[in-house]
Design a protein around this ligand. Sequence first.
Ligand code: ASP
Length: 721
Amino acid sequence: MKKLLLLSTFLFITLFATAIPDEGMWIPILIEKYNIKLMQEKGFKLTAEDIYSVNKASMKDAVVMFGGGCTGELISPEGLLITNHHCGYGTIQRLSSIEHNYLADGYWAMSRDQEIPSPGSFVTILKRMEDVTDKMFKGVTDGMDNEARQQLLNTNSEEIRKNAIEGTNYTARVTPFYMGNQYFLMVYETFNDIRFVGAPPEAIGKFGGETDNWVWPRHTGDFSVWRVYASKDNKPAAYSSDNVPYKPLYHFPISLKGVHEGDFTMIFGYPGSTSEYAPSYYIDMVKNYINPKRIAIQTAKIEIMEAAMNTDPLIRLQYSAKKFGIANGWKKSIGENQGLERMKTIEKKQEYEKRLTEWISADEGRKAKFGDLLPSYEKLYAQLRDYSLVNSFTSDAFFSSGAEAVGCARNMMTLAGLYETVPDEARISVVKSELLVGAKGFFKNYNPETDKKLFVSIMKLYGENLDPEWQAPEYIKIKNSCKGDFQVLADKLYPATIFADEAKFIAFVNAFNTGSVAKLQKDPIYRLAKSVSNFISENVRGGLNRISSEVQKLNPLYMTAQMEFEKDRIFYPDANSTLRVAYGSVKGYYSKDAIYFKHYTTLKGIIEKDNPEIFDYDVPDRLRQLYESRDYGRYTQDGEVPVCFIANNHTTGGNSGSPVLNAEGNLIGINFDRAWEGVASDLAFNPDQSRNISLDIRYALFIIDKFAGAGYLLKEMTIVE
Ligand code: ASP
């Protein structure tokens, strides 16, 4: 009997454990406390100390934040680093010219001296983290008003930060978790001498383009390789030919053993931002107010850029990174909205809020503490909607690769502003040279005809999508004066403005003096830029900040309410660009009734998609030859070259480039995307369909070795066969 009881308890625990969805982005120093047992039950063979330690080299020493928005990992004792192609895309574009087009043709350094310095690139490594909640709340009392509380938090945070880095070359940040209920100190080391080692042509690195982005099955060889350099004593240093390859404390061994359904996987990286605990009002604002209008303007921008890119290789090079930046977010918003609809996220949140409200109402103490929360959110979000929409839509229209000349004109406002009082010559000369440097980058990627088309379309959409009370006065004026015919307007403005012509712009800046301000005022593009920019700062930003900060004030308490309401649940904190661990397993999924997606793709699928007529599916000859001759080397699974695989790890933007590790902690892939049906996981994770997409590391090695002939790089890696 006793035996039976024990057995049933065991069964219950096992069933219970497997029933827990693999949702969550966990804090490395809390893995021991909350996760390691479950991870080991799922197959993980190492310890929490192997993942994160300050006493010995651990996995965390091999993970970097790549350029502020992505993750990368060190894969050799000599600073070799791998991340996604799309994470290096902007940099590779910047390093390219029409003669040396590394996007189109790819690039591989065949020796160290061919590694290309990449000014502006940097990687950051976490040295340590610490729970500093008590230190942060030192002196904070319940009765304190919000301003005094915030001030004290800032003072405490500054002191913690300063103490943490004293006498070191590190930087530190104190970051709020659980909406400000807990604080962690992060100490980082940043390296600035990063060199480009190689990347496949975008016909591999971006294979499938926007059509396949956010979609499974996927065949994108999304990787690029870099090297971190340091001073001779292995410390961060500005670029110098004397620098040497950085020697990391740890680098990931690479497994060639393969990826099978059900295998344990772990992702270690820097997820950017999620809002899993936000109230239904927030989801409603994003889904029903902001996403639809932003999708409309982004669609127009993408179509115009794409059409222009198809006419000329120079325009393709100029607009690739800009278009990719827009299209990545655009398509995600579309998938997110569909997912929220399919999962009925708003309705489910409302149902949850109803139960939460009942629980709050059942106790006087809870009523006093939490009773106002949801009604206050409702009121605030009803106001926040317009401000948020106007702010982001206006930026989409004029300042984030929108009507580009208008964006360029806005930069001139600082210089003109310096002439409003007694001119400070030193400051003027700094601002002038900044403008000239900025202009060089801007005009390198600028095509006036394309911009004119963007202008015509955007001017129309701005008027159609924002109510007149939210439109900048100068916009209304010029719209009336041209009777809404923006084509005629553009034909008149573009030849006359200095902001669509590099030579005119440079001459104007160089000769800028007191009289130039009046001249600027006559330039309609400048007037529009100034009006839009002032409108946002005077009529939008104030309201936006005020209401957002009201919302922020409610958030910690709302998180507390949820945590007290669901006492037995272990909550993971929302992503906030700090290092996290996600774990799960390799897993296919049903995309629709009767449509099951297998967990991996192969080179065969690339050949099946091959279509020289379509830019995104034009397979390079060399890859086709390798396929035809079956020259696969050791990079195969069941006779084919594996390309990508999916798993149910919880990831988001910023996790791009993250190492995907197997049960032994060896690198099996590089995370780069999520599958369409689960794209809404930043707001609601769906265990049945949320899947992260990773490049199989064997495909990366196959491309480096067999396609590019840069197999010498593999010699410095630790390969586990
Ligand atoms: N593709 C995404 C990115 O660009 C990764 C993700 O959101 O899953 O960051």
